[in-house]
Design a protein around this ligand. Sequence first.
Ligand code: ZN
Length: 123
Amino acid sequence: MISHHLALDYTLAPGWMTPFVEGVKTGVATGRKCTDCAKVSFPPVRICPCGSTKGTWVALSGQAEITWRADGADGSFALARFEGANTLSSVKLIDVDPDTTNGRLAASEGDLPMLLLTEEPNA
Ligand SMILES: [Zn+2]
């Protein structure tokens, strides 16, 4: 076997997911509501489980409930249900206390959009 480091530069165009990707970069949750069954997906799905490909973009609050959490050497991750969405999202947790069950979407870091959930500030 030959081991060789290979670096690649390439561009991924967000295409139809542009509203979602731009929102994630700034901490704004934008879901996709199916025109036929009204279910909201976040992250958006191109084809709804009902079979429809028609949908509209909807603004979500960005608040989310943590339904499952894993803590490891690479950080903390969770499955979270964003308010107004019918789907679960995989998120990376940023400074979220282990006893905390809610958070809000934070602006993504770096060039690659990533779902980050941070602890809700005290009201
Ligand atoms: Zn549908």
